[in-house]
Design a protein around this ligand. Structure first.
Ligand code: AMP
Ligand code: GLY
Length: 431
């Protein structure tokens, strides 16, 4: 195995969701790629790529697979392996990998770390306190305005944020987190912060130290219900570009958030490589950082990557190797939307094992990405997760992209199919 990069890459995509399916599709289209394999993947990906049933969060298993398959580039999809230091472990084995090392991954793995980082570097974010002791947290809550937001500091699969309307609710959430009852170790430190109002937008950049390149702005739809009501999910749909963010606004976010963040990381001794996903609240007093993720968003990736009008692999490789990023990437005209087809009951309990019917020929301008799907012993495609599929529509404008995505949604069948009919409503109602 060697660190040398050639144009005959065997690429391993780590992960099993819609994001990884899109990354696998994009990488496999690159002339630099000889073969794309996936671990663990899912039922739909298994029809296109060889999938290996290992736990992506198990560094030793990933290293074994990389050696056995002679992989020469790894693209890490989810946050758990990044926080586990898979990129450091692969670097020790001389295998370049896309994504930050464990030090950089703290930006996602610890909200307390991130809030202190933001405060230290003067990057705008909600006012907050971090606590490990119940009495201190309750004293802070007694003086907080309502609503107030209580967050488990550690990784909680997108579920560790509770927006509390009453003080009692906030106290209960805080006690349950700090005792370890609700989120285990991840909740034993909490961040309590000011509630911010406004629209949210996701900014993705591919970073290599202080060098970075931006991807189109996107908007996710986190709630399960239409009109943005109900429980928070991993994301029920997304679109790009989010044109509520003008080029001037984007320049402002770069100036006041992205650059100071990458410079701050460097000053703190962290050579950050990989995706910096900035979750922004566009509040009345300016943009504020809600969170950082250190990997591509899911489902945002399924909307963003089809907008890229050039080979993305050289940028992923340059980031992994710590080389400068291109100044900009070429994007297509038009817009993309992904609508998530979930199992009814998600994000709580939902049925699994239902047979899925997908059209043999996809409508023009659509792609179907798989997330919670697997192959039954009979070879049939069945549901195996809450978010089952993503219907992607690509059009000359957002309305057309939506039409295409929803056409595909209607052509997919499984008994508990549920999806929101209003993805993109902010933007479609604005224009
Ligand atoms: P996070 O994982 O920190 O981004 O939080 C998940 C979601 O909770 C965000 O996308 C927001 O919708 C919401 N949220 C988090 N923090 C705040 C806040 N301070 N004010 C309002 N909403 C928030
Ligand atoms: N869609 C939000 C996330 O990937 O965290």
């Amino acid at each position: 195995m060697s660190m040398a990069i050639n144009d005959n890459l065997k690429i391993l995509i780590l992960g099993s969701g819609g994001r990884e399916h899109m990354l696998a599709k994009v990488c496999s289209q690159s002339p630099l790629a000889n073969e794309v394999i996936v671990a663990p993947g899912n039922g739909g990906m298994a029809k296109e790529f060889t999938c290996f049933p290992i736990n992506a969060g198990d560094n030793a298993a990933v290293l074994d697979l990389v050696r056995q398959e002679e992989v020469n580039f790894v693209v890490v999809g989810p946050e758990v392996p990044l926080c586990n230091g898979i990129v450091d472990a692969l670097a020790d084995a001389n295998v370049p990998a896309y994504g930050p090392n464990a030090a950089g991954a703290q930006l996602e793995g610890s909200k307390a770390f991130t809030k202190d980082f933001l405060a230290r570097h003067g990057i705008p974010t909600a006012a907050y306190g971090t606590f490990t002791e119940v009495e201190d947290a309750l004293a802070f809550l007694a003086q907080s305005d309502l609503p107030v937001v209580v967050k488990a500091s550690g990784l909680a699969a997108g579920k560790g944020v509770i927006i509390c309307q009453t003080r009692e609710e906030a106290e209960d959430a805080t006690r349950e987190m700090l005792s370890g009852a609700s989120f285990g170790e991840s909740g034993k430190k909490v961040v309590i912060e000011e509630f911010l109002e406004g629209e949210e937008a996701s900014l993705h950049v591919i970073a290599s130290g202080e060098s970075y390149v931006t991807l189109p702005m996107s908007q996710d739809h986190k709630n399960i219900g239409e009109g943005d009501v109900g429980l928070n999910t991993g994301g029920m749909g997304a679109y790009a570009p989010a044109s509520l963010v003008t080029p001037e606004m984007l320049a402002d976010y770069e100036e006041n958030v992205v650059r100071p963040t990458l410079a701050g990381l460097k000053a703190d001794g962290i050579d950050f490589r990989g995706t910096l996903y900035v979750g922004l609240m566009l509040s009345a007093d300016g943009p504020k950082v809600l969170e950082f993720n250190v990997r591509f968003g899911d489902p945002e990736t399924q909307a963003i990557l089809p907008m890229v009008n050039e080979d993305l692999l050289p940028s992923l490789l340059a980031s992994a190797k710590g080389e400068p990023m291109p100044e900009r990437l070429k994007f297509k005209e038009g817009a993309t939307m992904v609508v998530v087809l979930a199992s009814k009951g998600y994000p709580e309990s939902y049925p699994k094992g239902e047979i899925i019917e997908v059209p043999e020929n996809l409508p023009e301008g659509t792609q179907l990405v798989h997330a919670g799907t697997s192959l039954a012993d009979s070879g049939e495609l069945i549901t195996s997760g809450g978010r089952v599929l993503g219907a992607v529509g690509i059009g000359s404008n957002l309305g057309e992209a939506a039409k295409k995505a929803y056409l595909l949604c209607d052509q997919v069948a499984f008994e508990s199919k549920y999806f929101r009919r209003d993805i993109g409503h902010h933007e479609l109602n604005r224009t």
